[in-house]
Write a protein that binds this ligand. Structure first.
Ligand code: FES
Length: 631
């Protein structure tokens, strides 16, 4: 089998001969951007072949379609598109920073806070009396009686698959001491010989772009490890629509996507367990949250119906599935609680974020906004709960932006224009703490910060058009003399040796994403008669790194005092852990899901007008009333 070594990271992957380089990379845990879903249309999967370290025929020949998307000036280097090149022989591949898959790893360590834990699982070690000729009670009955007595119940159930697993333990019928793991205090989901006290659980936050796995000590109420990775389904495109379309085109890719996701979760579980020194058989409970498409795919359910009217999930109340059935490498009969999903675009991640809000959220008019590839908005007003979702696109993850990169060291996260027109920036530092390394590109918060700074400095108009090319020395004009890009960082100061620019096309992408979110917020507020918000909570990794002044400046959210905007971090992950630690939270989230009134934007005739008005990059309030009267 050919062996491909990917840089950075020197990850070596064994590849089936003839496999697409893009597929091989993702299967090996190496994320390469794939904006068009690997159809040879976008050029985002550009990689470089090291001819010195690769066989002469390492990759299949370049076809015409690929040639059209390759850089015209390669400067003697061998570039290829990972989605078009097939692996023939051993190869060494370098992935440029701008082609690395976008993911949003937590940039700050999670707070390992202790919480009171009332888990849904418990462990009991019981003594098993041996069977005798005089008293020939079968083993199953003896275990059931011993466990029920220890749990203070009249009965408990011991399902056959659990017993069957236990019967594979050497000398299983001679054991005098057995540890039973109970689900909801009455059903045995695991039997292990001897005494086992450790009790761990896993919470997974499955985003379209990134996945985060938390391993938690359920007895102590603590996080013991956090792992994050890019969602390997990005192989099939960066948004949920591409993934649904892929399943429609090739039904068998549903299994591949489920497998890719579960393999990645298992890798994070294994690594987390190893670093925390725990045995995966002690992980006996799990919770998973994600948007409805991610939750459908995790459960192996076809997500296609989510993409067409009436945009209904196959199930709305959530699910409890066996870990082994999903392929998760924890205790095989551990139950995986998958959050409810009230509508096709409002899923468990939104509910998990909502779960983190206490009683203060229900006073006055408050908004919870989670900005990612999709934007979800929840309004609490007058004791009611309403939500909508907007197709913001991957622009906030730094994708679809010429110099967009993932939020990693070297990514510009803030931009300023000084009084003398010079442009300053700050980048995510190296883990070593070195400040402002040479930058590689713009991550999502850098994109928003750039737009806000350029509008504020008058380099960009509120209509999103660049000022005349004389307005700033960094502006460059196209063939018609119209300014269409601004050099933020010249090539001599970047790590890639290429200019970091912000283009007119980038601005338009930001405007579309911004307009989708703002229009959704406006229509939700309008429907519920809210014209003034008391507070806005920003959830999600991206929301956590936005400056309130920037998002108010370009009108991403309605006008409120800066102090009324609060970032609440990875709220979906926090909510998932709450449900892992506390059985009552699972009931609470089911009740929240039932209370949520979902506004489906595609049914609102005024959406288009509000959307167009929302493309304006300004903090002005919108007058939805008069916009809807024009319809
Ligand atoms: Fe789009 Fe390769 S050209 S992913």
């Amino acid at each position: 089998m050919p062996r491909v070594v990917f840089q950075p990271g020197s990850r070596a992957v064994e590849v089936a001969a003839g496999e697409r380089l893009l597929t091989a990379a993702w299967k090996g845990g190496v994320g390469i951007k794939s904006v068009c879903g690997g159809r040879g249309k976008c050029g985002s999967c550009l990689v470089e072949l090291d001819p010195e370290a690769s066989a002469a025929v390492a990759l299949s020949p370049v076809c015409e379609q690929e040639q059209d998307l390759l850089p015209r000036e390669a400067g003697g280097r061998t570039y290829r598109l990972a989605c078009m090149a097939h692996v023939v022989d051993d190869a060494a591949i370098a992935i440029p920073p701008e082609s690395e898959a976008v993911r949003s790893p937590p940039r700050k360590p999670f707070t390992v806070s202790r919480v009171a834990s009332r888990p849904v699982v418990s462990r009991l070690t019981v003594a098993i009396e041996p069977a005798t000729m005089a008293d020939p009670v079968p083993l199953r009955t003896r275990i059931e009686h011993a466990v029920a007595a220890a749990a203070g119940r009249r009965t408990c159930s011991l399902p056959i698959p659990v017993l069957a697993d236990y019967s594979r333990e050497p000398g299983f019928d001679q054991k005098r001491e057995v540890t039973a793991t109970l689900y909801r205090g009455r059903e045995v989901i695991q039997l292990l010989p001897g005494r086992r006290e450790a009790l761990y659980g896993m919470a997974a936050d499955i985003g379209t772009t990134s996945v985060v796995v938390f391993l938690c000590d359920l007895a102590r109420g603590e996080i013991v490890s956090v792992g994050t990775a890019a969602n390997p389904q990005a192989l099939y495109g960066e948004d949920v629509i591409s993934r649904m379309t892929q399943v429609q085109r090739e039904p068998e890719s549903l299994d591949t996507m489920q497998r890719l996701l579960v393999d990645e979760l298992n890798r994070l579980i294994r690594e987390g367990a190893e670093s925390a020194g725990i045995d995966v058989s002690d992980i006996v409970d799990a919770v998973a949250v994600g948007n409805p498409t991610m939750q459908h795919i995790l459960l192996g359910i076809n997500p296609e119906p989510l993409g067409r009217g009436p945009y209904l999930p196959i199930l709305t109340e959530g699910a409890v599935a066996d870990a082994a059935g999903l392929g998760l490498a924890i205790a095989p009969h551990a139950r995986v609680f998958v959050f409810p999903m009230p509508s096709g675009y409002i899923g468990g991640d939104t509910l998990a974020a909502l779960l983190t809000r206490g009683p203060e959220f229900y006073r006055g008019s408050q908004l919870l906004v989670d900005i990612g590839t999709n934007g979800e908005v929840v309004l609490a007003h007058d004791g009611g709960l309403a939500a909508t979702s907007c197709a913001t696109g991957p622009v906030y993850e730094g994708a679809h932006i010429r110099c967009g990169v993932r939020a990693a060291p070297g990514a510009i996260e803030r931009v300023w224009v000084e009084a003398d027109a010079s442009i300053r920036w700050s980048a995510i530092p190296e883990p070593s703490g070195r400040r402002d390394p040479r930058p590689v590109g713009l991550c999502g918060s850098g994109v928003i910060s750039s737009v806000a700074a350029l509008v504020d400095a008058g380099i960009l108009g509120s209509d999103g058009a660049f000022a005349s090319s004389q307005a700033h020395p960094g502006l460059r004009a196209n063939g018609s003399g119209i300014a269409d890009e601004l050099v933020l960082v010249p090539a001599r100061r970047t790590r890639t040796g290429r200019d970091i620019v912000f283009t007119q096309k980038d601005v338009r992408s930001v405007q579309l994403g911004k307009a989708a979110l703002r229009a959704g917020i406006e229509l939700l507020l309008h429907k519920h008669g809210v014209d003034q918000l008391d507070r806005i909570y920003l959830a999600g990794t991206f929301g956590n790194h936005l400056e309130p002044e920037d998002i108010l400046g370009i009108g991403l959210v309605p006008p409120v005092p800066v102090s009324s905007i609060r970032s609440i971090g990875n709220a979906a992950g926090d909510g998932a852990r709450m449900a892992l630690f506390d059985a009552h939270q699972r009931q609470r989230v089911i009740r929240l899901a039932r209370r949520l009134q979902v506004l489906e934007l595609s049914t609102r005739p005024e959406f288009q007008d509000v959307f167009v008005a929302s493309t304006e990059l300004s903090p002005a309030p919108l007058d939805v009333e008069s916009l809807s009267e024009q319809v």
